[in-house]
Design a binder for this molecule. Structure first.
Ligand code: AP5
Ligand code: MG
Length: 210
């Protein structure tokens, strides 16, 4: 079983949905740079203040900030057994930096047609407290507007508005998609069809990690 894993995929492909359950199964922490940055924005820390505008518009947060959070997070004791990275790396510089301090064992690329993404993202709601992900049409909460796990009010991410979604898709195509070739050349990449139900996708992901 692999323990140092990266999930790649465009916005809305289901990285967070799959990472939450697969990380539990692998016994490694689920590390989402997006979740860490959103927590910093909510807490109004200096990092959050520096990141907020980039995130709201759908652009990338500067590499030096993101690399600092990643180093700090991977230094924590729970990450000694491994990690499942969701949303990192996002460009070649980040991939090179990751390779300099850890050897990734497997990269799973969640593949989906762009047409399905806008719908998934505009229907998404998230719990600001525990980061659980819902979808108004496919995975609604039991009580409207409330997290099933902790009852917190669900929110619509500011970058799930149409303009920011378009920017995120463009940034993915230009800056992140080249990582597919980068990891393919290193024989680490496994492509997974990310359409179908979350259970169906999880079955494919498990096969890609076996
Ligand atoms: P981040 O939080 O990483 O966002 P993202 O990559 O755009 O991906 P999403 O979280 O939107 O989608 P997802 O693939 O996790 O899908 P989900 O499972 O939620 O980054 C946000 C921002 O932070 C960036 O734009 C950037 O500014 C900054 N940032 C983060 N990392 C950075 C880095 N390394 N460098 C620089 N900047 C960085 O699913 C989406 C919806 O679909 C949900 O509603 C879900 O319920 C539904 N769904 C999931 N699976 C299925 C399915 N199989 N069938 C039907 N519906 C499904
Ligand atoms: Mg996510």
């Amino acid at each position: 079983m692999v323990h140092r894993v990266v999930f790649l995929g465009p916005p809305g492909a289901g990285k967070g949905t799959q990472a939450a359950r697969i990380a539990r199964e692998l016994g490694v922490p689920h590390l989402s740079t997006g979740d860490i940055l959103r927590a910093a924005v909510a807490a109004k820390t200096p990092l959050g203040l520096a990141a907020e505008g980039h995130m709201r518009s759908g652009g990338l947060v500067p590499d030096d900030l993101v690399l600092k959070i990643l180093h700090e997070r991977l230094d924590q004791p729970d990450a000694k057994v491994g990690y499942l990275l969701d949303g990192f790396p996002r460009n070649l510089a980040q991939a090179e930096a990751l390779g300099n301090f850890s050897s990734v064992e497997r990269v799973v690329s969640l593949e989906i047609s762009p047409d399905l993404l806008v719908d998934r993202l505009s229907q998404r709601r998230v719990c600001p407290k525990c980061q659980s992900v819902y979808n108004l049409s496919t995975q609604p909460p039991k009580l409207p507007g409330k997290c099933d796990l902790d009852g917190a009010d669900l929110v619509h991410r500011p970058d799930d508005r149409p303009e920011a979604i378009m920017t995120r898709l463009k940034v993915y195509a230009e800056q992140t998609a080249p990582l597919l070739d980068y990891y393919r050349k290193r024989h680490l990449l496994r492509a997974v069809d990310a359409t179908g139900t979350p259970d169906e996708v999880a079955t494919r992901v498990r096969k890609a990690l076996a």
